[in-house]
Design a protein around this ligand. Structure first.
Ligand code: F3S
Length: 424
C-alpha cells in the first residue's frame, strides 16, 4: 500500500507508539481488502457504533484508557449509537437487576471515556446522527469512518458520502488517526450496481418489507432500484428521506447492503443513471406476491405463537420528528375508531435525544403522552439482547429488530390495529 509522508511518519512512531499501532492496524486491515492507499477522513464529525458499557468489553475499555492516558483524542468530535438503557422503558424488577448488575454495569464508566475522547455533546447518542436536529450530516463526497450499518447505508446512498461497512473498533481507529483504507465503497468502481431491482407493486411498498426483500436477495451487493420513484417522487424531501432511512436499515440488516441507488432519486443515480450498472447485472423483480412471500417467510420464534404481545417497539432506526408527529395523528385517529383512549399494548417510540427535545416543544407531545405511548432514546436491540427480554413477546415494524431479536414483525398498519384495537 502506498502511504504519504505524513501517514508513514505516524506509522514510524513520530506521533507516539499508540498512534503507530493504530495506523498499523488500519494498514493491515486495508491490505486484507487490497486497498491501494489510505485516504483522509473528511467529514466534520465521526460516528461510533459502540455505545454500550457491557461488562465483558474489557479490551475496548483498555484500548480507550491507553489512548486517553497518552493524551490521544479523536481527530473529530463524534456522535455514538443509542444508549442501551432508559429508566422510562418498562422493565421487571429482575430485568432491571440483570441490566444494572450483570450487563451494562460499565455504562457510566464508558460514557466518561467517550466524553474524554471527544463525544460531540452529552446527549449525542443515536443511530440517526445524520438528522438535522442532531447535526452530524456528512456532505456529498465526504469520506467517513463509520460502522453503524443503518447510518452507513444512509450516508452512502441518500447523502452521497463514502464509507465502508467497518467494525466498531475500526471506526474508532479511523476517527483517531484521521485516515481510512481506500477500497470497496470508497471507490467509483465499488459503487457500481450488481443488481437491477424492478418494483412492480400495485401500491407503495412498505419500506421495511421492501428493504428486507432486497437485502435478503442481494446480500452485500449494490442494488439499483427502478420504479420506486413512482411512489417516492424524484426529490429527496422529508418523506422520501424517512422512507429511505427505514428501507436502508432493512437492506443492511436483512442482508449486508452498504449502498443502494434509487433511479431518479438518490444523488449518484440522478447524476449517472444507468451508467452505474455493472456489465452482466443481475435482475430481481418485486411485485405484491413477492413481498407477501417474504413476509410469510419470517419465522415466529415466540414460545407461544399466540401470546398477547407484552411490548411494542417502534423506531429502529430512531424516528424522525415528522414520523413522531404522523404517528401521533394515526394513533389518535385509530384509538377513536376503536373506542379506546389508550394503547392496548405497552408501547415505546424511540428517537434521538435532540429529536425528542424538539418534539417536546410541539403540542404533539402531550397528545402522544395521553395515548399512553412512552417516548425514549433507547436502542431496542440493546434492550432486548438478553435471555430475559428475549423471552418476551415483543412486536415491531422494524425488520432490523426482527432479524436480531425474537421480536415479531408486523406492517405499520397491523401494528396500529393491534395497539388501538387490542388485536388483529
Ligand atoms: Fe438504531 Fe439500535 Fe435499531 S442502533 S437501528 S435503534 S438496533
Amino acid at each position: 500500500m502506498e502511504l504519504t509522508k505524513q501517514q508513514k511518519a505516524i506509522l514510524d512512531g513520530e506521533k507516539g507508539e499508540t498512534l503507530a499501532k493504530v495506523m498499523k492496524t488500519l494498514v493491515m486491515y486495508g491490505e486484507a481488502f487490497d486497498a491501494t492507499k489510505m485516504v483522509e477522513v473528511t467529514s466534520e464529525y465521526n460516528h461510533l457504533v459502540t455505545s454500550f458499557g457491557l461488562g465483558v468489553m474489557d479490551p475496548v475499555y483498555k484500548l480507550m484508557d491507553t489512548l486517553l492516558s497518552e493524551g490521544v483524542k479523536s481527530g473529530q468530535k463524534f456522535t455514538v449509537d443509542p444508549r442501551p438503557l432508559d429508566p422510562n422503558v418498562p422493565t421487571t424488577f429482575l430485568q432491571n437487576l440483570v441490566f444494572k448488575l450483570f450487563m451494562y454495569n460499565k455504562q457510566d464508566f464508558y460514557e466518561d471515556q467517550l466524553n474524554k475522547l471527544g463525544l460531540l455533546e452529552k446527549d449525542a447518542f443515536t443511530c440517526t446522527c445524520y438528522m438535522s436536529e442532531v447535526g452530524n450530516t456528512p456532505k456529498e463526497g465526504d469520506i467517513l469512518s463509520w460502522s453503524e450499518s443503518s447510518a452507513v447505508v444512509y450516508a452512502n446512498s441518500v447523502l452521497g458520502a463514502r464509507c465502508n461497512r467497518n467494525s466498531g473498533i475500526i471506526d474508532i481507529m479511523g476517527s483517531i488517526v484521521g485516515y481510512v483504507p481506500y477500497f470497496g465503497l470508497l471507490t467509483d468502481e465499488g459503487r457500481k450496481a450488481d443488481w437491477v431491482v424492478r418494483i412492480n407493486t400495485t401500491k407503495k411498498p412498505e419500506a421495511q418489507l421492501l428493504g428486507s426483500a432486497i437485502g435478503m436477495k442481494v446480500m452485500e451487493d449494490v442494488p439499483y432500484v427502478v420504479g420506486l420513484d413512482k411512489w417516492l417522487g424524484d426529490e429527496l424531501n422529508e418523506e422520501a428521506c424517512t422512507y429511505l432511512k427505514d428501507f436502508g436499515a432493512a437492506t443492511a440488516s436483512n442482508g449486508a447492503v452498504g449502498l443502494y441507488h434509487i433511479d431518479n432519486l438518490t444523488p449518484e443515480a440522478k447524476k449517472l443513471g444507468k451508467k452505474l450498472l455493472k456489465k452482466d447485472v443481475k435482475e430481481y423483480v418485486i411485485d405484491d406476491a413477492e413481498l407477501q412471500r417474504v413476509y410469510d417467510s419470517y419465522p415466529v420464534i415466540w414460545k407461544d405463537k399466540n401470546a398477547k404481545p407484552k411490548l411494542c417497539f417502534m423506531g429502529c432506526p430512531h424516528m424522525s420528528l415528522q414520523q413522531l408527529k404522523d404517528w401521533t395523528d394515526t394513533i389518535e385517529e385509530n384509538l377513536k375508531k376503536y373506542g379506546n383512549s389508550k394503547v392496548q399494548i405497552p408501547t415505546v417510540f424511540t428517537a434521538a435525544p435532540a429529536v425528542i427535545k424538539k418534539f417536546r416543544e410541539t403540542d404533539y407531545f402531550p397528545r402522544l403522552q395521553s395515548t399512553g405511548i412512552i417516548l425514549s432514546y433507547i436502542c431496542p436491540l440493546m434492550f432486548m439482547n438478553n435471555p430475559l427480554c428475549g423471552k418476551m413477546p415483543v412486536i415491531t415494524s422494524s425488520n432490523k429488530l426482527r432479524t436480531y431479536t425474537s421480536s415479531r414483525y408486523y406492517t405499520d398498519e397491523e401494528i396500529v390495529t393491534q395497539l388501538c384495537k387490542g388485536g388483529l
